[in-house]
Design a protein around this ligand. Structure first.
Ligand SMILES: [Zn+2]
Ligand SMILES: [Zn+2]
Length: 992
């Protein structure tokens, strides 16, 4: 006996029960053990930031990871199953700062770096535990005891090794650059970080101002800027040499600006001269803040720059090399002075007189006042633009001249592009995107002036000497002081800061620079650190390079993909992975970004509760990964409906199999004779298995689920619906046996096929269909040589297609017959006649005459489906006789004869009569196999019809007796109308 199946699957009951079963029976351990030593599937997990509970977008990627790992496990492949947590970096620090109520770096230093770093570690451990629990709930199978943490010593020291290799190639340098800077976090923000998620639409004050030209009375450049604070550090003004400019008079002054922007001056202007920008180059002007200390001795002049445009402003660009990246490059080219006005906190530092200590953003108004006083202000306006903000804390960034440490990328550029080309990128455009980034990448800024992160192993002396330490052992042997305070500690701040080494040039004791590393170093080294590159080279060789990684595309070209390619190229001159599956972004159901305040964000735990892990996984798997996923509960409901169909089929099977005492053993011993319908669904099943394997082998997650959905539809609305009678008591034994065997085979194979996608429901089906039934057999049979079925569906081999069962021609034929049927139904609907009313004829007009033979092989089916007596054929295009309802599509035209004979009408009446009786049976709560006595009293017309079709009625309603004589104590009675004929009906169950 199979266990009785509830009307609906309840994930709240099923999923925890299955999780417990897996844990109690150690299924995952058995799987890993069984596959050990077999051919490998090498998957590398990109680490998840262990800083908050898992988001639903994480569940998307983790579903792919689990899907392919489970699939390859069912192929019998050995795997590492190592999950990774990303632990270090600003994102964790910012959250801990919030927890502690800190406002700035000063708060951290007062609190103590050691305690702060420990708090960061604690936070990571807390959320890695929570994320682990959530992942388990998703059904993800990993060796959870063995997750890697990027804060581990092995990870950090492996990065030291990488940096040492870079240093040996001369790639590490300290550079001055103008970088986007967060004054709250007190750190530079890399281009990568800004490109990914660092812009917001903001409104600032923009200002038009005059720069008086030296040597020309009452003549000035008209210039515009959106960052007033940078005017303090202006040293040049740039024009486009080929652009048209004008000298224009207004109110007695002469203004110079680009001709297309003349309107900026307003009305009543007079153009004195038109000239090309190149004629302006070399002019000298009075700076806007010449009175400030840092401006002393600075000569301001007009320089040429091809990037100047006449799109906005005045076509003259103010240049402050200490406040902008491009400005800084121009300073190198034109040998301009570089004035760096801001300190780490984003306020004016140094000899800036009344501005000193004032926050840069807050300085706009006083700067306008100062310009006004000096007669330089022309106009102030509001200006809305996309402006960079700190991706962690939201603070508006400033551009600041900083000393940072870099890896020079120029000499690696071509090698890295070659590494990228070794990879199969899915989708293909990934390669072009990565190559584009690699072509344009500047040097890699690896330092951050923070606390919780990789301690950059760079020791630098005041005299200019620096060295990079490559390992703990090297640190120990080079240390001349501080080792005892460091020993026993992880290589983190503040403990590692205690170490001193000897300067190789001047002999002084030298400390480590205070900076920590860019967190992408942490994630970039994992192909090496997790496989023990430095400590167990042979193990590393076994697993490197990896077969497969999968992560979200946007952003990662510049982040993880970039850092693993860079580090692997330096260490091994090749890509660390062979195939990458990228997927797009998750949005809210409304297509907007998910935001709590917009009400479209979905909490992961809530999604598990409401939707269930299986349904969630299916939503992810069936989605085309190239497109953004607008995730919401409606998608889950859609999937649940589809799988309720499968559940109904499963429930149908179990109900009838239990009635007939069917078991896996009885099915194996009595195969029966497969019907055309059996052969068709088995062909569909094996085609599905074939496709699923092919697509999964190709790292395509979404094609198989779509094919599964079609198969479930075929199985339910065609195979089971058309096979229903074969499971009835009256059916012939051999045919019944074939039907059971076919349906059972479909369900068990489907459970295995679904296992990597929907691990819970697959297990549920498998346990009942195979294990429950097996227990009976084991109990009943004495034979000990029976091969037991695997304990779990996940210990089964992934199904293999049986090519001998695939009949493509048959699938095509049935598809054709079904399309004719659906067209015929549409034609019937036009006629407004009930489906139960038999009709005389259907004429099918074909554009492909060869289809006639195929359709004739399914003539009975078509006639039965359409409830029509004769199936006739004709050429497409020929007219239909009068009285036909017609429907057509590009291939076929179908006409249905709508004229009724009295005989057809009677038959229609009887069918309605049968339907009424069936409904009464249900209302009375009879079992599907119960026999009945049926009493009726009705109009002479209907009574005559009932008598004429009595055999048919008995067969359909399982009535032993159909009588007009009254029935004592019926179980149910009803007064009904059957096509306008009044009728009294009564039913009584016959006890056997
Ligand atoms: Zn910040
Ligand atoms: Zn020195």
């Amino acid at each position: 006996m199979f266990d009785t199946v509830p009307r609906q699957p309840d994930h709240r009951e099923i999923e925890p029960r299955i999780l417990k079963f897996w844990a109690d029976c150690g299924i995952f351990g058995k799987l890993a053990e069984r596959n050990r030593g077999k051919p490998k599937f090498k998957f590398l997990d990109g680490p998840i930031t262990a800083n908050n509970p898992m988001g639903v977008h994480h569940a998307w990627g983790r579903t792919y990871k689990d899907l392919f790992q489970r699939y390859h496990a069912m192929l019998g492949q050995d795997q590492r199953y190592q999950n990774g947590f990303d632990c270090q970096g600003l994102w964790v620090e910012v959250e801990v700062e919030k927890e502690l109520g800190f406002k700035s770096k000063r708060d951290i230093e007062t609190f103590g770096i050691d305690r702060f770093v420990e708090k960061c570690q604690e936070r990571v451990l807390k959320y890695s535990r929570i994320q682990t629990e959530q992942s388990i709930r998703l059904g993800q199978w990993m060796d959870w005891e063995n997750s890697y943490y990027t804060m581990s010593e092995e990870n950090n020291y492996s990065i030291w090794h990488f940096l040492k290799k870079c240093h040996e190639r001369g790639l590490i340098y300290e550079g001055t650059d103008v970088m986007p800077w967060c004054s709250r976090c007190g750190t530079a923000i890399s281009d990568q970080e800004i490109a990914t998620e660092g812009y917001r639409e903001l409104t600032h004050k923009a200002v038009y101002f005059r720069l008086p030209i030296i040597g020309r009375e009452n003549e000035c450049l008209l210039v515009w800027t959106t960052t007033p604070w940078t005017l303090t550090s202006n040293v040049a003004a740039a024009v486009h040499p080929e652009l048209d400019y004008v000298r224009a008079r207004k109110d007695g002054d002469v203004y110079i600006l680009a001709k297309p922007l003349l309107h900026v001056l307003g009305k009543e202007t007079e153009v004195v001269e038109e000239l090309k920008g190149e004629k302006l180059v070399g002019l000298r002007y009075k700076g806007p803040f010449d009175e400030l200390g840092p401006q002393r001795g600075v000569e301001h002049r007009v320089i040429p720059w091809d990037e100047v445009s006449a799109a906005e402003g005045t076509g003259i660009v103010h240049i402050a090399p200490g406040c902008g990246k491009e400005d800084f490059l121009l300073a190198r080219e034109f040998n301009l002075a570089v004035i760096a006005p801001l300190g780490e906190d984003g306020a004016f530092a140094g000899d800036f007189d009344w501005l000193k200590g004032m926050d840069a953003q807050a300085a706009a108004r006083p700067i306008f006042d100062s310009l006004e006083k000096k007669g330089l202000l022309f106009e102030v306006e509001d200006y809305t633009h996309r402006y960079p903000v700190c991706w962690r804390c939201g603070q508006e960034l400033v551009f600041r001249l900083v000393d940072e440490w870099f890896v020079s990328m120029n000499s690696l550029r071509e090698e890295m592009k070659e590494s990228a080309r070794q990879v199969r990128w899915i989708p293909e455009f990934g390669l072009a995107r990565e190559l584009d980034w690699l072509t344009n990448m500047s040097d890699w800024c690896i330092s951050k002036k923070r606390y919780w992160g990789l301690a950059l192993p760079i020791f630098r002396c005041e005299c200019g000497w620096f060295d990079v330490i490559g390992s703990r052992e090297e640190l120990k042997s080079e240390a001349v002081a501080g080792w005892e305070r460091f020993e026993g500690r992880t290589p983190h701040r503040p403990w590692v800061d205690e170490i001193r080494v000897t300067c190789g040039k001047c002999g002084k004791p030298v400390a480590r620079i205070k900076d920590v590393g860019n967190p992408w170093l942490d994630a970039g080294i994992v192909p090496f650190s997790t496989t023990h590159y430095l400590t167990s080279h042979s193990y590393w060789q076994e697993w490197f390079p990896f077969d497969f990684i999968t992560e979200s595309f946007p952003g990662q070209f510049r982040n993880w993909f970039y850092s693993i390619l860079a580090m692997s190229t330096v260490l091994e001159k090749r890509s660390p992975f062979r195939t990458i599956l990228g997927y797009a972004m998750m949005k809210g159901a409304d297509g907007r970004e998910m935001h709590k305040s917009w009400g479209n964000a979905i909490d992961t735990d809530e999604a598990f509760d409401k939707m269930g892990a299986d349904v969630m996984r299916w939503v992810f798997c069936r989605h085309n990964p190239v497109q953004n996923l607008n995730f919401g509960y409606a998608l889950g409901d859609e999937v649940r409906r589809k799988f309720l169909t499968l559940w109904n089929v499963y429930s149908f099977f179990v109900t009838y199999a239990n009635i007939d005492g069917v078991s896996p053993a009885s099915l194996a011993s009595k195969p029966g004779k497969p019907s055309l319908l059996d052969r068709w669904i088995l062909s569909r099943l094996n085609s599905l298995v074939k496709l699923s394997r092919e697509r999964l082998d190709d790292f395509d997650p979404s094609s198989a689920p779509r094919a599964v959905e079609e198969f479930i539809d075929d199985l339910s609305v065609w195979y089971v619906r058309r096979s229903r009678r074969r499971f009835w008591k009256s059916a012939s034994d051999t045919d019944k046996q074939a039907a059971y065997r076919t349906l059972y085979g479909c369900l068990v194979t489907l459970a295995k096929l679904l296992a990597p996608f929907m691990p819970f429901i697959a297990e549920e089906l498998y346990q009942n269909l195979v294990q429950t039934a097996m227990r009976d057999i084991t109990r009943l049979s004495d034979s000990s040589d029976r091969v037991p079925a695997p304990e779990s569906v996940h210990l089964c081999a992934y199904p293999e297609p049986d090519a001998s069962l695939i009949d493509v021609a048959l699938e095509r034929e049935v598809g054709l017959a079904r399309s004719v049927v659906s067209l015929g139904r549409a034609a019937r609907e036009k006629s407004n006649l009930k489906v139960r009313q038999p009709l005389q004829a259907v004429i099918v007009r074909l554009s492909e005459p060869a289809e006639k033979d195929a359709l004739l092989r399914h003539a009975d089916t078509i006639k039965e489906e359409l409830n029509i007596r004769d199936l006739l054929f004709g050429d497409k295009g020929a007219p239909f006789p009068p009285g036909y309802a017609v429907e057509e599509n590009p291939e076929h035209a179908i006409g249905i004869c709508t004229e009724l004979t009295p005989e057809l009408e009677n038959e229609g009446l009887v069918r309605e009569f049968v339907r009424k009786v069936q409904n009464l049976r249900k209302s009375a709560g009879f079992e599907v196999t119960d026999r009945i006595r049926l009493h009726y009293q009705t109009s002479p017309r209907l009574a005559a019809a009932v008598r004429a079709f009595e055999d048919y009625i008995r067969r359909e309603t399982l009535a032993l007796v159909v009588t007009e004589e009254s029935l004592p104590e019926p179980d149910i009675r009803e007064s009904a109308r059957i096509n306008r004929e009044p009728a009294e009906l009564a039913l009584k169950r016959v006890r056997e």
